[in-house]
Design a protein around this ligand. Structure first.
Ligand SMILES: Cc1cc2nc3c(=O)[nH]c(=O)nc-3n(C[C@H](O)[C@H](O)[C@H](O)COP(=O)(O)OP(=O)(O)OC[C@H]3O[C@@H](n4cnc5c(N)ncnc54)[C@H](O)[C@@H]3O)c2cc1C
Length: 529
């Protein structure tokens, strides 16, 4: 086994194929889907080897000295491998990837440097709410992101949910209803004025566009939680500070200050009031890639310590000790099972949360319309109309159900919490094996241990994720993850009771009957809703 403890020798042993790594893919061996995934993984790996691993420690040090430090060269290098557009729908010129693609990319990048990987992960999180917006988003910022990547002037995105007084609370609809929400999007003619503070926002200080969630009525946050697409060049937007982080420092986490920032009505993503439901779907989609981030950290630590032990030198006394072999076997076992957990969750969420909607005949038909026609004012006017937003919701409700999304959210949460704990255990065990030996691999492992800790906190703490596991799998409850049909979604327009009286939830003439009945964010035990 070759030694791979230094940046110069980071190529490492040949990697197993995806079909070898994930037994569930072996049935697809030779398929075009698997070949595409392999190509994407190869691009991520090439970037990781050429740009990330060798610079990881240096960038970590520079960002510790100055939390505002940011290396745009890395972003340009990642963009040249398509790492900023692989999640963007093909109709907008992107790669059309979903959670599976994001997870595979994240594991590759994180085995090299989780901080650098998070730049691309936070960008993907920023894009995610736009994917739920369906065709209305294809020709706006998503197309701009693809064009800017092709022109080697890449733009980054971020997603802002967390507030100073509300972290866990804004990741769960029940807690959101009781949370101390201090942001407010005030409806004004032509749009909204956004005010308040968002905290710990990855890429927040470097993003050109931010998907940001806040209520239009702070007294009723869960029912009025709304997603906006914020242009960071808007008047009233500023960066209050950039955090000094313990790990994943290459990606800055910023506090955003908004003072009456105007966002036009057409930059509401989805419909006003649908934000809490949309957040559940976004988290179901984004937690498998976060689980893969953690798994990548674990596999990066394992491979470093395994190769260091195999290289002899100061590790010569360890190689033949049975307790060391058992420790390595245990790491291999944990990583193998973590991989299966995240790929299971990613596959499920791709199938149930977004996959059905993307395959819907109406969405496919729009995808065949040439972009030049789609962008004509007449057609764009229809695609971005409230009527079309209602149709997008109706498509989702037609192609999936609250129960299916609740279950996939629970599987995603299970993978996220489990893999984050695996990352902590494996990085700790790897450091234990190196002990006090003053070898280069030790600094890399120390960094990975710091990087691992954050995966237990972001994308919902592991405690919150386990609450989702209990809800969706142990108690078999169903969360209202899908936005309701028609007027019931617009609390400012009609109350749910009025909506029921006016027939919200009835069959949509374009889409057909809904998969579930409309209701508020209530849960029921078992059964399909
Ligand atoms: C590196 C990093 C990057 C991040 N990037 C982003 C980003 O890009 N965008 C974004 O919006 N946010 C981001 N966050 C914020 C992250 O999502 C929050 O930190 C996380 O949701 C936890 O919120 P909190 O820090 O306010 O902790 P709290 O919610 O205050 O939680 C503190 C503790 O209490 C526990 N707890 C709280 N409520 C409950 C409950 N009801 N039941 C059981 N236990 C509970 C938690 O599990 C935790 O252990 C990032 C955070 C970090 C560390």
């Amino acid at each position: 086994m070759p030694a791979t403890t230094t940046a110069a020798s980071c190529a490492g042993p040949p990697q197993p194929t995806l079909a070898q790594r994930f037994p569930r893919f072996s049935a697809d061996a030779g398929s075009s889907r698997l070949r595409q995934l392999e190509r994407l993984r190869e691009r991520a790996r090439r970037f990781a080897q050429q740009h990330a691993r060798g610079r990881a420690l240096e960038i970590d040090r520079r960002a510790r000295e100055d939390p505002r430090f940011f290396d745009w060269e890395l972003v340009r290098a990642g963009a040249s491998e398509g790492l900023l557009s692989f999640l963007i729908p093909k109709q907008a010129g992107g790669g059309g990837g979903l959670a599976t693609e994001a997870a595979i990319v994240m594991e590759e990048l994180c085995a090299a440097c989780p901080g650098i990987a998070l730049i691309f992960g936070a960008h993907a999180l920023g894009i995610s709410p736009l994917l739920l917006g369906g065709p209305s988003q294809w020709d706006g910022v998503l197309a701009q992101l693809v064009a800017s990547e092709a022109q080697e002037r890449p733009m980054l995105m971020a997603c802002a949910i967390t507030e100073p007084e509300a972290g866990t609370d804004v990741e769960d609809p029940d807690l959101l209803a009781r949370g101390r929400i201090t942001t407010h999007a005030r409806p004004v003619p032509g749009g909204y004025r956004l005010t308040g503070t968002k905290r710990f926002i990855s890429n927040g200080s470097v993003a050109r566009w931010i998907t940001i969630l806040m209520p239009t009525d702070p007294r009723n946050p869960a029912q009025t939680w709304t997603c906006f697409l914020l242009d960071t060049r808007s008047e009233g937007f500023s960066i209050a500070r950039v955090e000094s982080k313990m790990g994943q420092r290459a990606c800055p986490a910023a506090e955003l200050s908004l003072q009456e920032v105007f966002v036009p009505a057409e930059r509401v993503v989805g419909r006003p009031g649908d934000g809490a439901a949309a957040t559940m779907i976004v988290l179901a989609c984004s937690r498998p890639p976060v689980a893969a981030i953690a798994t990548g950290i674990a596999s990066g630590a394992y491979e470093r310590v395994r190769d260091w032990i195999a290289s002899g030198g100061q590790a010569a006394d360890l190689r033949n000790r049975q307790h060391v072999q058992l420790q390595l076997a245990s790491m291999e076992e944990e990583i193998h099972l973590a991989r299966q957990a995240y790929i299971d969750a990613a596959t499920e969420v791709d199938q149930v949360a977004l996959g059905g909607a993307l395959r819907h005949p109406l969405v496919r038909a729009l995808g065949h319309v040439p972009p030049s026609v789609r962008r004509s004012s007449l057609m764009r006017g229809w695609i971005t109309s409230p009527r079309a937003a209602d149709a997008t919701v109706a498509v989702m409700r037609r192609t999936t159900s609250d129960r299916a999304v609740t279950r996939s959210l629970a599987l995603s949460s299970l993978a996220k919490a489990h893999c984050a704990d695996v990352a902590m255990r494996v990085t700790t065990a790897a450091l234990d094996l190196v002990g006090m030996r003053d070898v280069p691999v030790r600094a890399e492992l120390q960094k990975l241990w710091r990087d691992a800790k954050l995966t237990q906190i972001y994308e919902g703490t592991n405690q919150l994720n386990r609450i989702e596991v209990h809800r969706g799998l142990c108690a078999q409850e169903t969360i209202s993850c899908l936005p309701p049909l028609r007027a019931a979604a617009h609390p400012n327009r009609e109350s749910p009771a009025t909506a029921a009286a006016t027939g919200a939830g009835r069959q949509d003439p374009l889409i057909g009957p809904a998969a579930g009945a409309d209701r508020q964010l209530v849960r029921a035990r078992g059964g399909e809703r």
